[in-house]
Design a protein around this ligand. Structure first.
Ligand code: ADP
Ligand code: MG
Length: 518
């Protein structure tokens, strides 16, 4: 990796690193090494420890990579791949990293050992990745929300996670409960319809409705409101700011401000109540004590919420955020739900049977903060995998879909040296199954050879080591995980292979920095 050995990257000899390919590849591979052993159902966890000795156990590729401290600038691209995968699909980060590392390792071999010019390899990688993605797309099976494949996708995604078995039924129920309510512009978007809430010391559960990790504003307010008429309030609820009067000797001003404040507060509360609302969800930055008291005396259930919570509440209750007093004159701003209540010992507010689009919440528990965080992340992976599967279809899992493509990609037969680029892609296609099996304690390479002779869709059972049909066993992955990972791996390997020297620049010009951050 770095020449200093401390992760602080320093180019050697007159600020130029002549053998950049070697050093960049080593750096990338070293970083990939930190996550590759987590891949698959038998993948192991990593313990992250920070300087303050905080511990965190995780199996999640992107979490591990983001926690690495000093990192070689080129190896940082690996982290970016994982982040991109997380953003675009939300699952499959380790898969993307393993494929990228394999392409870089193989590509380097051709450049170094056989003297192939990087540009030839890069062209081959490009065609190989495009072709492989196309083949995968043709092979993918479309699935519907009530198909058994949806369950299999979620189970496969959660197979390697802490308590994956326990969490998958919750994910599946939550998805089926929202169903078509999560379709936006013709695609499932579960971010809009399913929340995952983390709460230690509670049973794992799934709730039809919204659960807010909040308490009501004051204990005097009602704990429960049935037939709730809801306002989501963004109004300024601090009509008079005390800070306006800086000179405390002006008694007259202060008293007139006080009366003004009471008058204005009453005006606001009256306007709110005249809509018929009995629940007010408050996203305003400040709330005047007078307003709060008026809400209490009017037996209103008021709850503070954050900006981020507004969107889902709007969707679920049909309320529209109130920004100005005039908005209160429109009857359409009110939302409704059958019941809103606070569970005082859980410290959660439940909103049930909203009149808008259906929303569900999965509550994941955990004995410690760390386990609940890891279980929360796993649950999200499961939801994301399901979304990708419903939107784009599924392929055989366990690395089987990729592995059986190898032969076909070989058939692409590019002319001349570009064909070595295809070999690079083929290695990456085979690397997933090999890594999953290596992690399961087998000789990965040997097992992969064995499966190559089996029909399409076949892989190896991670327990027995015997060949199995992945479709029959219900080990399935979303197509999108594979194509996004392949494309990202192709991109990064192309950039790494094309760099022949690393230069220590005094200062990059602003345009270059801007471009590289885009
Ligand atoms: P990623 O970060 O890439 O999602 P995971 O650790 O979640 O990594 O592993 C996902 C891989 O594990 C997928 O290729 C999936 O098909 C595979 N997998 C899950 N369960 C099994 C199983 N029972 N047998 C073989 N492979 C499995
Ligand atoms: Mg996964």
């Amino acid at each position: 990796m770095s020449s200093s050995g401390h992760g602080v990257w320093k180019p050697v000899a007159q600020n130029v690193e002549f053998d950049a390919l070697e050093s960049n590849c080593n750096a990338v591979l070293a970083v990939a090494e930190t996550v590759r052993t987590t891949l698959g159902p038998k993948g192991l966890d990593k313990l992250l420890i920070d300087q303050a000795m905080n511990r965190h156990v995780t199996n999640d590729g992107v979490t591990i990579l983001l926690s690495l401290k000093t990192i070689h600038p080129v190896a940082r691209m690996i982290v970016e791949i994982a982040e991109r995968q997380e953003e675009m699909v939300g699952d499959g980060t380790t898969t993307a990293v393993v494929m990228a590392a394999e392409m870089i390792k193989e590509g380097k071999k051709f450049v170094k050992e056989m003297g192939v010019h990087p540009s030839k390899i890069v062209e081959g990688i490009d065609s190989g990745v495009k072709f492989a993605c196309k083949l995968l797309e043709n092979e993918a099976k479309k699935i519907g929300i009530n198909d058994v494949e949806l369950e299999q996708i979620v189970k496969t995604s959660l197979a390697s996670k802490l308590d994956g078995q326990k969490l998958s039924p919750l994910v599946i129920s939550a998805i089926r409960a929202v169903g078509e309510n999560a379709v936006y512009d013709g695609k499932y978007d579960f971010m809009k319809a399913i929340s995952v809430v983390r709460k230690a010391n509670m049973q794992d559960s799934y709730v039809n409705g919204i659960v807010l990790e909040r308490k009501r504003m004051d204990n005097e307010m009602p704990v429960e409101v049935k037939n709730a008429k809801i306002i989501i309030c963004k109004l300024d609820l601090k009509p008079i700011k005390e800070a306006w009067i800086t000179d405390s000797s002006k008694y007259d001003d202060i008293t007139s401000m006080e009366t003004d404040k009471i008058r204005k507060s009453k005006e606001i509360v009256n306007a709110l109540l005249s809509t018929g609302a009995n629940v007010i969800l408050i996203a305003s930055p400040e709330v005047d004590q007078v307003i709060e008291n008026l809400l209490i005396s009017n037996k209103i259930l008021a709850v503070r919420i954050s900006e981020d919570e507004i969107e889902q509440l709007v969707r679920y209750t049909g309320a529209k955020p109130v920004r100005m007093m005039d908005d209160l004159k429109q009857s359409t701003i009110i939302g409704s739900a059958d019941r809103i209540f606070e569970s005082e010992d859980q410290g959660l507010i439940y909103i049930e049977n909203g009149s808008g689009k259906n929303v569900t919440t999965i509550i994941v528990s955990g004995a410690t903060k760390e386990t609940s965080l890891e279980r929360w992340r796993a649950t999200k992976d499961g939801v994301n995998a399901a979304e990708a599967a419903l939107n784009n279809g599924v392929v055989a899992g366990g690395g089987a879909a990729e592995l059986h493509l190898a032969k076909k990609v070989k058939d692409l037969r590019l002319k001349g040296l570009e064909s070595v680029g295809l070999d690079v892609v083929i290695s990456a296609l085979e690397s997933i199954m090999r890594q999953i099996l290596t992690n399961a304690g087998f000789n990965g390479l040997e097992k992969v050879m064995e499966v190559k002779a089996s029909p399409e869709g076949f892989g190896i059972d991670v327990d027995s080591g015997e060949p199995i049909n992945m479709w029959e066993k219900g080990i399935l992955d979303p197509l999108l995980v594979k194509t996004t990972a392949l494309e990202a791996a192709g991109e990064i390997s192309k950039s790494v292979l094309r760099i022949d020297k690393n230069l220590a620049a005094e200062e990059l010009n602003a345009q270059a920095v801007y471009e590289s951050k885009r």
